[in-house]
Design a binder for this molecule. Structure first.
Ligand code: GRF
Length: 215
């Protein structure tokens, strides 16, 4: 699906968060500086106390909270989330530190128009605690990935990756900070690529400028 339909109309985006929201901030900053042509319509959180909600408020972006504690059934939570998201009719849904696992129906509903940022060089270290596990494994290279979301957790087609070196004696905090800095560049760049119709998913394959992505 290509988003480059109406000439230069900004891509309608919803960002889902659960916490700090530094990637959300990177998106807001890129938008404000004119590097990113998007209409950031809403920030949606499953955590009422997420710091990212304050960032959204500060930037004048409307928000919606779907507290997962209110939904003992996963399906009901997903449905409430869909209601919240679809109200603003986004062309792209960005999972930026959204820490809930989403059901198959939810994921399929946004097929080809939902991306996730993950702090590892996928397929290595999917799941949680990526930096700790990378250090424990003794890898010399680590990083971040952005992928289209499929029902396969952290397993959807990869759009882009950024690598960072791992240094002897690195702590988890140091490594996380090094990766996060790259995330803040990578995420706005990928969203811009999608907004310009340069990045898209076709038959399960990521195309960049009509060619299969090379990582
Ligand atoms: C990032 O490391 C992201 O890759 C992961 O969760 C973290 C979110 O950080 N999915 P923030 O909330 O954007 O600061």
């Amino acid at each position: 699906m290509s988003h480059k339909s109406k000439a230069d109309s900004p891509l309608a985006v919803a960002v889902l968060i659960s916490g700090r929201g530094s990637n959300l901030q990177a998106i807001i900053d890129a938008r404000d500086s004119g590097r990113l042509n998007i209409d950031l319509r809403a920030v949606i959180s499953n955590e009422p106390g997420a710091r990212g909600l304050a960032r959204a408020a500060q930037a004048g972006i409307s928000n919606c909270v779907v507290d997962h504690h209110d939904y003992p059934q996963r399906v009901a939570f997903d449905e409430a989330l869909v209601t919240c998201i679809d109200k603003i009719e986004p062309q792209l849904v960005v999972l930026a530190g959204f820490m809930r696992i989403l059901g198959k129906a939810f994921v399929n509903h946004y097929a080809g128009r939902m991306i996730n940022i993950h702090p590892s060089l996928l397929p290595a270290f999917s799941g949680l605690d990526t930096h700790r596990r990378a250090l424990a494994a003794g890898v010399r290279e680590h990083g971040a990935s952005i992928h289209f979301v499929t029902p396969d957790l952290d397993g959807g087609p990869i759009i882009a990756q950024e690598k960072v070196p791992v240094y002897d004696g690195d702590t988890e905090t140091q490594l996380a900070a090094r990766v996060l800095e790259r995330e803040h560049e990578l995420l706005p760049a990928v969203i811009e690529g999608i907004a310009r119709g340069r990045i898209r998913l076709e038959h399960g394959q990521v195309l960049v400028d009509e060619r299969p992505v090379t990582l």
